[in-house]
Ligand binder design. Structure first.
Ligand code: SF4
Length: 327
């Protein structure tokens, strides 16, 4: 059986705070194959960014495993493994050193990883800046002279400088205006087609996934509640939380409206990850909850090839039907 590029197994990250133990990530598993894009989606506090930080090596897991091409990433990572997994952060303003020129920013990882030296450094920096469609003259500018979108393009050029196999994208367009968002997304797609990177895209914005992700995983309160290929995800969402998120995406055409699930309105606020609800963690907000939901934790079931959801509606339970629903 082919080994996945990235496999996450039962990953947990607990933080000890004055309020108690925050279960930021609480038993998360998924895989990502080479050249594909997994969108990890969730509201604020769902644990998606903490998951990304563990994969990138910024946080150490409380327990669980991160495997890259079958190798366990526990403990200090070799330089080679650090090269293979790169990250692009949400705010390019803080991720680029303001005292370094763009050329210095792009050549630093080349020097650290021994990938170029002498005149090769400038030549490679020129290649990289061209790959992200910025003029070569930008090599002699500083981050403060660039727009937010241009800074993010430089951050992407820095990430691809070392020829990684996986790039973790943490809300890469969240700080950009709409036209810059579209430009950065097109750039990322183009680079993926040319170089075959796999992307793990962290976002709270489901609509961003439509034209970008090949696969989607939805997180709620530290757990994944649904995973699916992107097509199935948008046309046949199965978990009530996913249906709620998709039903609230604005659409333009009648055809898109017809594909949306019936409006699912959640109740209440997101509970605290310090004291998550018993049973299904979504039961305090779910309009379709029924008898076992507040005491029995649903298991993840494969409902069709590659499409899984953790919900009692699919494990033989009974609940009030809803319009245009899929179970
Ligand atoms: Fe709603 Fe119950 Fe499914 Fe949870 S398990 S999403 S409460 S129906």
């Amino acid at each position: 059986m082919a080994v996945a590029l990235l496999e996450v197994r039962h990953l947990k990250k607990y933080f000890h705070t004055a309020e108690g133990v925050v279960r930021a990530v609480d038993d998360v598993s998924f895989t990502l194959d080479a050249g594909r894009t997994l969108g990890l989606v969730g509201e604020s506090g769902s644990g998606k960014t903490t998951t990304a930080y563990m994969i990138a090596g910024i946080h150490q897991p409380t327990s669980g495993e991160v495997l890259f091409e079958g190798r366990n990433l526990a403990g200090p990572r070799s330089r080679e493994l650090r090269r293979q997994i790169q990250m692009v952060f949400q705010d390019p303003g803080t991720s680029l050193n303001p005292t370094h020129s763009i050329k210095d920013i792009l050549t630093l990882p080349l020097r650290v990883h021994g990938l170029a030296r002498g005149p090769q450094l400038e030549a490679r920096a020129r290649e990289l800046i061209e790959h992200v469609h910025l003029p070569a003259s930008f090599l002699y500018k500083y981050p403060r002279e660039l727009s937010e979108g241009e800074k993010q393009a430089v951050a992407i050029a820095r990430a691809i400088a070392v020829n990684p196999k996986l790039i973790v994208l943490d809300e890469p367009t969240a700080s950009l205006d709409v036209s810059m968002q579209a430009w950065i997304l097109r750039l990322l797609l183009e680079l993926q087609q040319e170089f075959g990177f796999a992307y793990l895209l962290i976002t709270h914005d489901l609509s961003l996934m439509r034209n970008f992700a090949t696969d989607v995983a939805i997180m709620y309160l530290g757990r994944i509640v649904e995973t699916a290929p992107a097509d199935a995800f948008f046309t046949r969402p199965r978990h009530p939380y996913t249906q709620m998120l998709i039903s609230s995406i604005p659409v333009v055409t009648d055809e898109e409206e017809a594909l949306k699930p019936a409006q699912v309105v959640s109740q209440g606020e997101i509970p605290s990850p310090v004291n998550p609800p018993s049973g299904c963690r979504f039961h305090t907000r779910c309009p379709r909850r029924f008898e076992p939901c507040d005491r029995e934790e649903p298991v993840m079931l494969e409902l069709e090839p590659g499409h899984c959801a953790a919900c009692h509606l699919y494990s033989g339970g009974q609940a009030a039907p809803s319009q245009r629903d899929n179970p």
